[in-house]
Design a protein around this ligand. Structure first.
Ligand SMILES: [Zn+2]
Length: 174
């Protein structure tokens, strides 16, 4: 599962760290997925600093992809945590992300299908009919007349994008 590029992209999004070099953080997930449960063991196995391991574990927890159980050591009175990866949540989260993307594209597609568009020949602006009309069909930036622009090709590319996202959506978990 962790070698699936979709899953890797999702995990990278969650466990990225703009300050630290985070290219190895995926190893933390790999350890969890292999059943290693404590932050110390993960740090030891991966060579990643303990505080980074902890931070990443909480990021995964925050995203719903990991859970933990807390124990109190009867001798030392210290708490320890047993972490667990939640693979089925990975698929749910992926589905949710892709679903949101599809919805965004569909909104744009709808807008493109139900409107006509006008552009400045200099490339300054693109207007829907209302805005174009409100600007007397003149570009407010350069004063040139704006011209009708067919959007069939854009619509086609949106439809292709949506179809490929739907394919991705259906491939999750298979
Ligand atoms: Zn212009």
């Amino acid at each position: 599962m962790l070698d699936d590029p979709l899953v890797q992209d999702l995990l990278k999004e969650i466990i990225n760290d703009p300050i630290e070099d985070d290219s190895d953080n995926i190893e933390i997930v790999r350890c969890l997925n292999d059943g290693i449960t404590t932050d110390e063991e993960i740090a030891e196995k991966t060579g990643i600093r303990l505080n980074i391991v902890r931070k990443m574990l909480y990021k995964l927890y925050d995203a719903g992809l990991a859970s933990y159980k807390r124990h109190k050591d009867p001798e030392t009175q210290w708490f320890s945590y047993d972490w667990q990866f939640e693979p089925e949540e990975v698929n749910n989260t992926l589905r949710k992300h892709i679903h949101e993307e599809i919805e965004e594209y569909e909104k744009i597609l709808d807008d493109e299908k139900n409107n006509m568009f006008f552009v400045c020949p200099q490339g300054h602006n693109r207007f829907g009919f209302e805005d174009a009309s409100n600007n007397d069909f003149v570009c407010p930036e350069c004063g040139e007349e704006i011209v009708f622009e067919p959007n069939d090709e854009f619509i086609e590319s949106l439809e292709k994008e949506i179809a490929s996202l739907q394919e991705k959506y259906e491939s999750i978990g298979n």
